[in-house]
Design a protein around this ligand. Structure first.
Ligand SMILES: *Cc1c(COP(=O)(O)O)cnc(C)c1O
Length: 458
C-alpha cells in the first residue's frame, strides 16, 4: 500500500524552495547555527588548519534512546523507503537484468577480510588477540552504479517516478511496477538534474536514462574523466564546471529551477537521499545474522564510513542506530583537505562551516569526498549519533588500495579506501577493540582498468 505524506505535491507545483516530503525548507536553517555552537578545541583546530591527520571524538554523542527524540526522521520513514524499493524491484529487474540474483533488489556482499586485518595489525605493531573481526561492506560492487550512491540516488529517482506515475494515473496501489517500462517516452518529457563530484551523477544519470528521462549532471572540477565519458555514453548530458562541488550544485539547482518539468536532486538538502541510504541498516543486520555474528554490548559493531557531503554515511548511521542502538559505533573519515563534516560538527555550525574558512583547499584525489560544505540536514541529524571522525591524507589512500588488492585481490576506489583510516586510527588511539569492525567500501567496481593501474602505481 502506498502511503502519501500530507505534504505530497505535484512536482510541477512545488514552490522553488520545496525540498522534500517532510517539510524542510532550504532557507530555514541558513543564518543561524542549528545546535549548540561549540568552541572548537584549539589543538583540533590547529591540526585541521595545517591539514594534519586528526582524530576527533564527538563530545555531543548521546545514548541512542535520548538522541532519538531529537531526530527529524523515524523508523517509519526508513520503512517507507524500504517498502518503496520493494515495490520497484520488478521494474529494476526488468531494466537491469544483472540484478536477477537479488530479484531486483540492489544490495552488496559483506565479506570477512582476515588477511588484511592481520597485515594491518602487523604494520601497526599490535598483537592480534582474536577478539575482533574485520569485514568489508562491498557497496563498491552495488549493481547499476558501482557505488554507495546506488542506494540514495536511485531511491530518489524512483520516488520521483512514482509520484509522476500516480499523478498521471498510470499507476495505482497494488500494480506491478514493471509496467512503468512502457512509459519511457512519457518520462522523456521530464528532466532530472543533479550536481555531483562523480558517483552521484553516475547513479542518477544511469537510472534516469534507463527510465527514459532527460538527464543532466552538473560535474564539479573534481569529477574524473572516465565518469563523464561513461555517462555521456548512456545519453546523459554532462555539464562541466571549473568550480568546486557546492558551486556545481548551486548552478544545477538554478538551471533546474527555471524549468517546471525539471526535478533537481539536491545532495545538500535531500531527505530522500538520506532515507534511501538508511535502508542499509536493516539489510546489514540481516547479513550479520546470516553470518552468525552477534551484535551486543559484549560484541559491539564498529563501522567506518567515508564522508563527503554526509548523506551516505549519515543515512547509513541512522539506519544502523535504529537497528543496534548503543551497540554500534559509527566513525566518519574525510580527506585532510576537505573535512567538511568534521568542521561542521566540531564547530556546531553545520552547513555554515566551510573548509576554506580553515585555510584548506578542498582539493583531494578522493573525488567522492571533495566537498567543501556539509549537508546541514545531515549534520543536524548526526550531531548526537556519530561517535567520531578521522581525517586522512591522500597519499595513504593508494597504500590502502594496494593493501586490499594484495591481500584480498579486491579493488575499490581511492575515496572508498578512506574507511581504512578510521579502523587504523582507532587501533592506534585505543588499541584492539573487541567486536566486529566494518569498513564501508563505498565505490569502485566501474573503474576502467587503465585507471586502476594508474592508481596502483601511485
Ligand atoms: C559520495 C561518496 C561518498 C560519501 O557520500 P556523501 O553522501 O557525499 O557523504 C563516499 N565514497 C564514495 C566513493 C562516494 O562516491
Amino acid at each position: 500500500m502506498l502511503t502519501r505524506s500530507s505534504t505530497f505535491l505535484d512536482p510541477l507545483e512545488r514552490p522553488k524552495n520545496f525540498i522534500d516530503n517532510i517539510g524542510y525548507e532550504r532557507t530555514a536553517d541558513f543564518g543561524s547555527p542549528f545546535f549548540e555552537v561549540l568552541k572548537m578545541n584549539e589543538k583540533l583546530k590547529e591540526q585541521i588548519c595545517r591539514a594534519e591527520e586528526t582524530f576527533w571524538e564527538n563530545p555531543s554523542l548521546l545514548p541512542y534512546g535520548e538522541a532519538r527524540e531529537k531526530l527529524r526522521f523515524q523508523q517509519k520513514d526508513i520503512k517507507e523507503a524500504a517498502d518503496r524499493l520493494k515495490r520497484f524491484a520488478p521494474l529494476i529487474l526488468k531494466l537491469f537484468p544483472e540484478t536477477e540474483k537479488e530479484k531486483g533488489m540492489i544490495e552488496s556482499p559483506l565479506r570477512e577480510i582476515e588477511a588484511t586485518r592481520e597485515e594491518i595489525h602487523h604494520r601497526i605493531g599490535i598483537q592480534s588477540v582474536g577478539a575482533e573481526r574485520l569485514l568489508l561492506k562491498c557497496d563498491s560492487h552495488l549493481a547499476i552504479a558501482g557505488s554507495v550512491k546506488a542506494r540514495g540516488g536511485i531511491y530518489e529517482v524512483l520516488k520521483h517516478t512514482e509520484e509522476i506515475a500516480f499523478q498521471n494515473n498510470f499507476l495505482k496501489p497494488g500494480d506491478d511496477y514493471a509496467k512503468l517500462e512502457q512509459y519511457k517516452s512519457f518520462f522523456s518529457d521530464y528532466t532530472i538534474q543533479v550536481g555531483s563530484t562523480g558517483n552521484l551523477g553516475m547513479s542518477i544519470g544511469i537510472m534516469s536514462a534507463a527510465l527514459g528521462y532527460h538527464a543532466v549532471v552538473h560535474m564539479s572540477m573534481d569529477a574524473k574523466n572516465w565518469k563523464k565519458q561513461l555517462l555521456r555514453s548512456k545519453g546523459v548530458i554532462v555539464r562541466e564546471y571549473q568550480t568546486d562541488y557546492s558551486k556545481a550544485v548551486e548552478e544545477g539547482r538554478r538551471q533546474s529551477d527555471r524549468d517546471p518539468k525539471s526535478y533537481f536532486i539536491d545532495d545538500e538538502h535531500s531527505a530522500d537521499l538520506y532515507l534511501g541510504y538508511a535502508v542499509a541498516g536493516e539489510r546489514l543486520m540481516k547479513q550479520l545474522a546470516s553470518m552468525d555474528i552477534e551484535v551486543s554490548a559484549e560484541n559491539p559493531l564498529y563501522v567506518y564510513l567515508p564522508c563527503g557531503v554526509g548523506g551516505a554515511p549519515g543515512g547509513i548511521t541512522f539506519g544502523l542506530k535504529e537497528c543496534f542502538g548503543d551497540h554500534v559505533h559509527c566513525y566518519f573519515v574525510e580527506p585532510t583537505q576537505a573535512p567538511c563534516m568534521l568542521v561542521g560538527l566540531a564547530s556546531g555550525e553545520g552547513e555554515n562551516a566551510c573548509v576554506q574558512d580553515y585555510g584548506l583547499t578542498g582539493k583531494t584525489e578522493a573525488d567522492g569526498l571533495a566537498v567543501p560544505r556539509p549537508s546541514g540536514l545531515v549534520a543536524k541529524e548526526m550531531c548526537h549519533l556519530v561517535s567520531g571522525e578521522a581525517t586522512v591524507s591522500d597519499s595513504k589512500l593508494y597504500d590502502y588500495m594496494r593493501l586490499l588488492k594484495e591481500k584480498e585481490d579486491f579493488i575499490i576506489e581511492p575515496s572508498a579506501c578512506a574507511a581504512f583510516e578510521g579502523y587504523c586510527r582507532l587501533l592506534k588511539e585505543k588499541g584492539t577493540q573487541k567486536g566486529t569492525h566494518i569498513l564501508w567500501a563505498t565505490g569502485g567496481s566501474l573503474m576502467p582498468n587503465d585507471v586502476i593501474q594508474e592508481y596502483l602505481r601511485k
